[in-house]
Ligand binder design. Structure first.
Ligand code: ADP
Ligand code: MG
Length: 238
């Protein structure tokens, strides 16, 4: 069994089936991307994995345990969204340490962990700043730090870079991938941007209309697209 195993996941909103028997395996320490157009079910799949919503059918296993019935808080999974959702009235330090204060860790341990995080995201000098003092890219780095500091088993990222302009976005793509590899963190990254997916992923799962239509490394998908949809999405026609 894989580190994270999704089996036959099914989701309906009223009469619309938005996920159809989705199977997904994620190995520990890998960055896996869900790539597909708007409305294909990417965010729904992440919400089901995180426990923010409950599937109509299927099973979820993480690290050998059935997590299907566990609440979101007990799953050891963190999530980062497109909108930074930082606490506006808290400093960068307090935003990042939030999850550790909830866990009631002692001040010294919290301080050490926050300093390590700040250095990983290159924002040591912004510790006392408020979110409104930061650029979009800096705010998203803080969101990432806040999600990582609790050492989740899996980090889910729902189009985390989509709101940023092109230059900053490129920088953060590389930073995110470097950080992921340094920490050996298991990540599921959602995007509709094929270039982004090709650049950062170990494995890409192309989604279309509630299904995963093809999975493979960026090179495999580029060289051997299974059908016209994948070919057009990956930007390659034979
Ligand atoms: P993506 O993230 O790939 O853009 P979503 O998972 O957000 O796709 O949505 C997949 C489909 O499910 C869309 O047709 C969307 O309109 C529908 N959908 C998503 N959330 C809800 C909801 N809470 N209620 C009803 N329909 C929803
Ligand atoms: Mg979405």
């Amino acid at each position: 069994m894989s580190f994270l195993q999704v089996e036959k996941l099914e989701m309906w909103f009223g009469k619309q089936q938005v996920l159809k028997n989705v199977d997904l395996s994620v190995e520990q320490g890998k960055l896996v991307t869900l790539l597909g157009p708007s409305g294909c079910g990417k965010s729904t799949l992440l919400r089901l994995i995180s426990g923010l919503e409950t599937a109509n059918g299927g099973n979820l296993y993480l690290d050998g345990k059935d997590i299907s019935k566990q609440s979101a808080q007990n799953r050891d999974i963190s999530m980062v969204f497109q909108s930074y959702a930082l606490f506006p009235n808290m400093t960068v330090y307090d935003n990042i340490s939030y999850g550790l204060r909830v866990q009631k860790l002692d001040k010294k341990t919290i301080h050490q962990k926050v300093m390590t995080m700040l250095s990983l995201i290159h924002l040591e000098e912004k510790s006392a700043a408020f979110p409104s003092d930061l650029s979009g890219g800096q705010q998203q780095r803080v969101s990432l730090a806040r999600a990582l500091i609790v050492e989740p088993k899996v980090l889910l990222l729902d189009e985390p870079l989509s709101a940023l302009d092109a230059q900053i976005r490129k920088e953060l793509q590389l930073e995110l991938r470097t950080l992921q590899q340094e920490l050996g963190m298991t990540m599921i990254f959602v995007t509709h941007d094929q270039e982004e997916a090709m650049l950062i992923s170990d494995t890409i799962h192309v989604m279309h209309d509630g299904e995963i239509v093809q999975s493979g490394t960026p090179e495999e998908l580029y060289s051997y697209p299974k059908n016209d949809f994948v070919a057009s999405f990956i930007g390659h026609y034979n």
